[in-house]
Write a protein that binds this ligand. Structure first.
Ligand code: ARG
Length: 461
């Protein structure tokens, strides 16, 4: 007979390296405390339901509690021979309390056990994601408040488009992280469903109490189909998908932080503690951490694709392929928590070169729309106004004269409707402040939005 916990029907032993290939203990030990919690709840339920005696239940619970303490104290040593966290714990429990430990696995399978551990692991960590996101959003609001009236170039196609404020720009990211927050908040719903009691795939003949176990573990609901309970990894996919979208947002902002700290842009400077130097070029100050976050976005997408592909075509119910689900999620949880924290730190120490930002809106043609709009309000059809201003821009480019520096008579030669008041309209501050439509960049809008967003954060408590 094989020496495995499941070895009854086996005569031959696998080679050690084959065992190692099948084992998951080197990574699923991360779920050790969740495994013990799940077992404690299950053992209590078995006792309560009279499936095992109350004394047996107590003995098992005490043994598991002792293991919990040893785990916290870092005293537990896992053995690859016991394959995974579930069988390691069962064998440690057997060492501790003897054969009664064998009763723990009544009315349970590793299939519902691993699903339970994994749900709990994700469920326990999602609040941290929400926490770091809230910190990042709060930092964005502080910075946006400071820069509600900091005028800068807005871009489309990375070409100067229209002036905006830096505060308005920052609030765009606030909105993205708000949606991320809501997605992770929702993620909690599906992570909070208890699979325990589905057993291997079909449920169990024992009179178990699934609701009791779910309550003990802090789950909000139970799965209502045993096949789905052991096969579902949507909560993990949702996490990776939410993480991918969040990392995409961080990566876009990282790109701008990197670009805007170049000599050419010189809009911002990252603090020394979030920059690195070069081993050869003494003058260098590199935006390594922003680059790393941008880089880790690829790793995150990879994990999402990996798990999606693992799950694709898997027949119901459990298949060993699903052992590949955890490492991706463990890794991306660390990645997301660290990346968001790094971002909050980077924004906190950021120096913003306001004058430089403003200056780039004053020697360009990002006020061309102002002139076209001006003519349109004077009755010139917008298409015609667009063409007239296009001609003026061409002249301006050739003579290196921005629109606001052109003589009134020259402007009037292009369009007689233009009057002296055009110069105020062409100022970038005016262009910004006239954009009062809901969601527009006007300073008063930005300030109102900051207040609205502060209330959203306050409501989180
Ligand atoms: N280590 C396994 C996993 O992570 C646990 C479940 C094993 N179940 C089984 N029937 N082999 O998926």
């Amino acid at each position: 007979m094989s020496d495995k916990l499941w070895g009854g029907r086996f005569t031959a032993k696998a080679a050690e390296w084959v065992d190692e290939f099948g084992a998951s203990i080197h990574f699923d030990q991360k779920m050790a405390s969740e495994d013990l919690e799940g077992s404690i709840a299950h053992a209590k339920m078995l006792g309560k339901q009279g499936i095992i005696s109350n004394e047996e239940s107590k003995e098992i619970v005490n043994g598991l509690t002792a293991l919990y303490e040893e785990l916290e104290a870092g005293k537990i040593v896992f053995d690859v021979k016991n394959e995974d966290i579930h069988m390691n714990m069962e064998s440690l429990l057997t060492e501790k309390i003897g054969p009664v430990a064998g009763k723990l696995h009544t009315a349970r399978s590793r299939n519902d056990q691993v699903a339970t551990d994994f749900h709990l692991w994700v469920k326990h960590r999602l609040p941290h994601v929400l926490e770091v996101l809230t910190e990042l959003q709060a930092e964005l609001l502080v910075l946006a408040d400071e820069h509600a009236d900091t005028v800068m170039s807005g871009y489309t196609h990375l070409q100067h488009a229209q002036p905006i404020t830096y505060g308005h720009y920052l609030l765009a990211y606030f909105e993205m992280f708000q949606r991320d927050y809501e997605r992770f908040e929702f993620n909690q719903k599906h992570a909070s469903i208890s699979p325990l009691g589905a057993a291997a795939l079909a449920g169990t003949t024992f009179p178990i109490d699934r609701e009791f176990v779910a309550d003990e573990l802090g789950f909000d609901a139970i799965y209502h189909n045993s096949l789905d309970a052991v096969s579902d990894r949507d909560f993990a996919l949702e996490f990776l998908s939410n993480a991918s979208i969040l990392m995409m947002h961080l990566s876009r902002m990282a790109e701008e932080l990197i670009l805007w700290s170049t000599y050419e842009f010189n809009y911002i400077e990252l603090s020394d503690d979030f920059s690195t130097g070069s081993s050869i070029m003494p003058q260098k100050k590199n935006a390594d951490f922003a680059e790393l976050v941008r880089g880790k976005t690829g790793r995150t997408y990879g994990s999402l694709m990996s798990l999606l592909t693992t799950m694709k075509s898997l027949p119901l119910a459990y298949n060993k392929d699903m052992q590949e689900d955890k490492e991706q999620v463990f890794d991306i949880m660390d990645t997301v928590l660290a990346s968001v924290k790094v971002f909050t730190g980077m924004l906190n120490g950021l120096t913003v070169h306001k004058e430089r930002m403003l200056a780039t809106t004053q020697d360009d043609f990002s006020n061309a729309t102002e002139l076209a709009d001006y003519l349109a309000t004077k009755g010139v059809p917008f298409r015609e106004a667009h063409a007239i201003v296009g001609q003026l821009v061409l002249i301006g480019i050739q003579s290196k004269t921005p629109l606001q520096k052109m003589n009134l008579s020259d402007l009037q030669a292009a369009a007689p409707q233009i009057e002296e008041d055009i110069y105020d309209k062409l100022a970038s501050e005016t262009a910004v402040n006239r954009r009062t439509s809901i969601g527009g960049t006007a300073v008063e809008n930005v300030k109102k939005e900051i207040l609205r967003n502060q209330k959203i954060l306050e409501a989180r408590g």
